[in-house]
Design a protein around this ligand. Sequence first.
Ligand SMILES: [Zn+2]
Length: 176
Amino acid sequence: MSDKLPIHIDPIALAERRSVLTGVIEMARLERLSAVVIDSDVDVCIEVSFGKQGKHAVLNGNIQAKPVLACQSCLQAMVFPLDIAFRLAVVSSMDEADQLDIDYEPLLLDGDKVSLNTLIEDEILLALPDYPRHDDDCISQRVSKDANYVESSPDEGSNPFSVLAQLKPNLKKTGE
Ligand SMILES: [Zn+2]
């Protein structure tokens, strides 16, 4: 897992060679994702196998990471473990993407290289929930635990709603 990952990849050439890329990307280097998580000091482990499916160059990938999100009920941190499998077929036009007859998502290649980080980041953003929530009933637990805290005067600096306000515009961008 110590292989140095390339920043830009040529998926067609990698498919011809049946290459496999394995390594770790620091989440802090994924800007859009860093804007949505609470802690970007997290490793993203990836493995991508390149090959051919009919006339298409294809990628079979796996991503494992444990991003820390803000629970939308209690606004506290929650770890959201990801284990994503993705299948992409390289296409050079939207027409080709529409006509894709294999069970892969189209990867539109504009030029001959794509950013590996962007590709991985897109897959992670797609997999994140719009409204992450703790599985348990975190709100009522927190209210009973913080009964004394609620009595005290609110501290503007640590107002959890200001965190939410910062998160929302960033979350919207992920819907692109
Ligand atoms: Zn919660």
